[in-house]
Write a protein that binds this ligand. Structure first.
Ligand SMILES: Nc1ncnc2c1ncn2[C@@H]1O[C@H](COP(=O)(O)OP(=O)(O)OP(=O)(O)O)[C@@H](O)[C@H]1O
Length: 390
């Protein structure tokens, strides 16, 4: 697909729906007054959680060099809401921003309450500055790659080699199982291809203006496998490339005799480009000057345990992590709701657990309250952004 074809414009005005009364504040001890999007001031009740911290948004927003923020965590904790709200905030601070979902189960469209599907860059309505969203369907990205390789004769490489009586090389290529890799990809592979596609888009001159890229990633398991994948891909594709070079020199004489076209050169180029992009993805994840991985969790033992494991893996892979967002914290109950009281006590215990967890203790802890409406649409995201990203 031509890069220019990635833009799609929304002509219909969007209805964001009513928003929003809030019942808690992000870590506030002093009960600040926030303004809702309809300009009706409302009081935010305090969430009494001791470790108040800010995400250092000033630092995040400073500078026009391109920066990447990846949000990840357990399913359903609020990754998309946090990612979308960060993107809105960057855009409202003047950064041309792109928010990208590489989660096979996209929810950016739901979060923005706009249709952002289709694998193209879509402008988000209702934001002061440039904000574009992109939902990459990892399966489609994989199919595109497969078709590109097939069209250029790539899947027939093995047959072709056999027909040239180079069976030994064919076996060697077979061992690399590139075709199988695309048929039944290991978990994380689709996302790696999707991210490499994002890199391809961002590499083009046309999109060089984007200075903030926010990635809403798939739940933890995929992220972890994704991290180790570029190395694996790099090695596999590197081997394929070497083999192809050998093959090219071995067959070029025969091919020129038979007058066959050099179709496979295209395949080689594509694989080489994919390998380069995979290597770029790997480097990007580890570059603390440009990249930050933000872990999002909720105050339950299960979610926090998973976050600790995610953090340990990210550290092992040398991915920079500074912030842990604990989302959906219940505010103190204004009524004598026993259920709410018990849940909140439970949550406070979990917050204490986070503060004492050796894996998480050094992270900036940002507590975000559970609000009494769904976070949906730009005004709601703007509101969430002002609570979380400070
Ligand atoms: N602080 C909050 N208060 C109230 N509702 C919230 C809050 N944060 C998120 N939500 C709601 O919780 C639901 C799940 O949020 P979201 O889609 O952002 O999670 P996710 O981690 O991206 O999920 P998935 O793993 O399925 O992609 C949404 O309906 C969202 O509006």
């Amino acid at each position: 697909m031509a890069v220019t074809a990635l833009f799609r414009h929304i002509s219909k005005p969007q209805n964001y729906g009513p928003f929003c009364r809030i019942i808690g504040s992000a870590t506030s001890l002093s009960a600040p007054i926030y303004e809702n999007p309809f300009k009706t001031p409302f009081q935010v009740r305090s969430v009494t959680t001791p470790a108040e911290a800010v995400t250092g948004f000033d630092e995040m927003v400073t500078g026009s060099k391109r920066k990447y923020y990846m949000l990840g965590g357990k399913g359903g904790v609020g990754k998309t809401s946090c990612a979308a709200s960060l993107a809105v905030k960057f855009a409202n601070h003047g950064h041309p921003t792109m928010v990208v979902s590489t989660d096979p189960a996209h929810s950016l469209s739901d979060s923005f309450a706009q249709d952002l599907s289709g694998g193209m860059l879509v402008p988000v309505e209702g934001v002061d500055s440039q904000l574009f969203a992109l939902e990459i369907n990892p399966e489609t990205a994989r199919e595109e790659l497969r078709t590109a390789i097939q069209t250029d004769g790539g899947t027939d490489v093995k047959d072709f080699i056999n027909s040239m009586s180079l069976g030994m090389l064919a076996d060697e290529l077979g061992e690399l199982e590139l075709g199988k890799l695309l048929d039944t990809p290991p978990p994380g592979m689709d996302e790696a291809i999707a991210i490499s596609k994002v890199m391809q888009i961002l590499d083009s001159q046309e999109y060089s203006r984007f200075t903030r890229i926010v990635l809403d990633t798939a739940p933890t398991g995929h992220t972890l496998r994704l991290l180790s994948l570029p190395d694996f891909m790099d090695a596999s594709l590197g081997k394929v490339m070497k083999l192809k070079k050998k093959l090219d020199s071995a067959t070029s004489a025969i091919k020129s005799l038979l007058g066959k076209e050099e179709k496979r050169q295209n395949v080689s180029d594509k694989l080489e480009k994919l390998r380069e992009r995979m290597a770029k993805v790997r480097d990007l994840f580890r570059d603390s000057d440009t990249t930050e991985f933000v872990i999002v969790t909720i105050p339950t033992v299960m979610a926090v345990s998973e976050s600790a494991r995610l953090h340990a893996s990210l550290m092992k892979e040398r991915v920079p992590v500074r912030t842990l967002i604990v989302n959906q914290i219940l505010p103190p109950s204004a009524t004598d709701c026993k259920f709410c009281e018990i849940r909140r006590k439970d949550q406070m215990r979990v917050l204490e657990m986070i503060r004492n967890d050796p894996e998480l203790v050094n992270l900036r802890l940002v507590n975000a309250p559970l609000v009494d409406v769904e976070i949906r649409g730009v005004p709601a995201l703007k509101f969430m952004g002002d609570m979380v990203w400070r």
